[in-house]
Ligand binder design. Structure first.
Ligand code: DAH
Length: 372
């Protein structure tokens, strides 16, 4: 056996016996590294006569190729074995009986918020959030509702005791009285102050007002929408709301009516009504409110963001315009899924939850059906 054959037999045997990746690397260095056996053989080619080189060259090159291939094959085998061990350790027993799975359902409010996120994501909106404990400046003042504004009285605000004033985070001007946010509109302020326009967000979340009867609970849910860009007008607002409501109610005959209204943070402002029909004691959204048997129902507040609000957030209202809207999530859920008492939403009654709740896998998607 020639020297070269002997080297090959030894190396290929050692590689086949290599127990781990470190052993393989050591063998590679000993054969093909700077001071490796095969590297040394390759170097001898330079000192040979052309005849010797013709005889030995192919043999040495073949040796290098054989050893390189053996190293790669052994490495692949070790990798596969390691993966098998890992997969065996991470196995999940899919044969577990279904009743051992956790029970529970997705609350309609969570489901509707997921539906809204899905619908608005398709229109290029991101989901923004803000804290439920908010400061006076962001909840009111920055939204053009100064201390003396009558709109403050309409908000039935839960204020924190005076000693719990906000610190440096309180926002310009107001001394930082803290409260439970009365609407999701302060997220408009937070977003405009922390993000460069163009802005397209929805902000779903909990809001609080000191109010309680069959249609009012001290905590309820809203979703805010905000678009800030150049050249935005009411047409964009109307198209967005129409597209959203058609997707949400999953019908094309949604008819909107924009009524002039007043909100301090929008100018002009519009209240948006939707046509509906009473059927079997339920309001079914769709159709024209002026047609036979139909009526209009107020659904959301909206408008063009007031220049003052844009300026309060440090943006130039001559450059940036936008629209905003706010809508009750609980109310949207009641209309679509037919509940009639808002208080039941927050009773935690398992029978109500299993009746109106959604399966964990019924994730809303535009392709698979929003409420499928
Ligand atoms: N923040 C208002 C409320 O809670 C709802 C609202 C109205 C939000 C008009 C808006 C808007 O963004 O443009 O009653």
């Amino acid at each position: 056996m020639s020297d070269i054959q002997a080297i090959q037999t030894r190396l290929v045997g050692d590689i086949a016996d290599a127990a781990d990746l470190d052993a393989i690397e050591a063998l590679r260095v000993s054969a093909l590294g700077k001071a490796g056996t095969i590297t040394a053989l390759l170097k001898t080619l330079g000192g040979m006569t052309p005849d010797e080189r013709q005889a030995k060259g192919p043999e040495i090159h073949a040796l290098r190729e054989t050893v390189t291939a053996a190293l790669a094959a052994r490495k692949a085998a070790l990798d596969a074995a390691a993966l098998d061990i890992k997969l065996a350790a991470e196995a999940i027993d899919m044969s577990l009986p279904a009743d051992a799975a956790p029970r529970g359902s997705v609350h309609p409010v969570s489901q509707v918020m997921d539906e809204l996120a899905e619908i608005f994501a398709d229109m290029g909106f991101a989901v923004a959030t803000g804290p439920e404990i908010e400061d006076d400046w962001r909840n009111f003042t920055a939204l053009n509702i100064p201390e003396t504004h009558p709109a403050r009285a309409m908000h039935d605000t839960f204020y924190f005791p005076d000693q719990m004033r906000g610190g440096a985070d309180a926002g310009p001007g107001e001394g930082g009285r803290m409260l439970l946010r009365t609407h999701t509109s302060p997220v408009q302020i937070r977003t405009m102050m922390s993000q460069e326009p163009p802005i397209r967000i929805i902000a779903p979340g909990r809001v609080y007002r000191s109010d309680s009867d069959a249609t009012h609970t001290p905590m309820f849910h809203q979703v805010e929408g905000l678009v800030i860009d150049r050249g935005i007008h009411m047409g964009h607002l109307k198209w967005t709301l129409e597209t959203f409501l058609k997707a949400y109610f999953e019908r094309d005959d949604i008819v909107l009516r924009l009524r002039p209204s007043y909100f301090p943070f929008t100018e002009p402002s519009a209240e948006v009504d939707v046509g509906y029909k009473q059927e079997k004691g339920r309001r079914i959204v769709g159709g024209n409110g002026d047609d036979d048997g139909h009526a209009w129902m107020e659904l959301l507040g909206s408008g063009m963001v007031n220049r003052r609000v844009i300026a309060n957030c440090g943006l130039d209202p001559d450059e940036w315009q936008g629209f905003a809207f706010g809508v009750g999530v609980d109310r949207l859920a009641m209309l679509k899924y037919g509940m009639d008492d808002l208080r039941a939403f927050f009773d935690g009654d398992l029978r109500w939850l299993s009746h109106y709740g959604f399966g964990a896998l019924s994730v809303p998607t535009l392709s698979g059906g929003i409420s499928a």
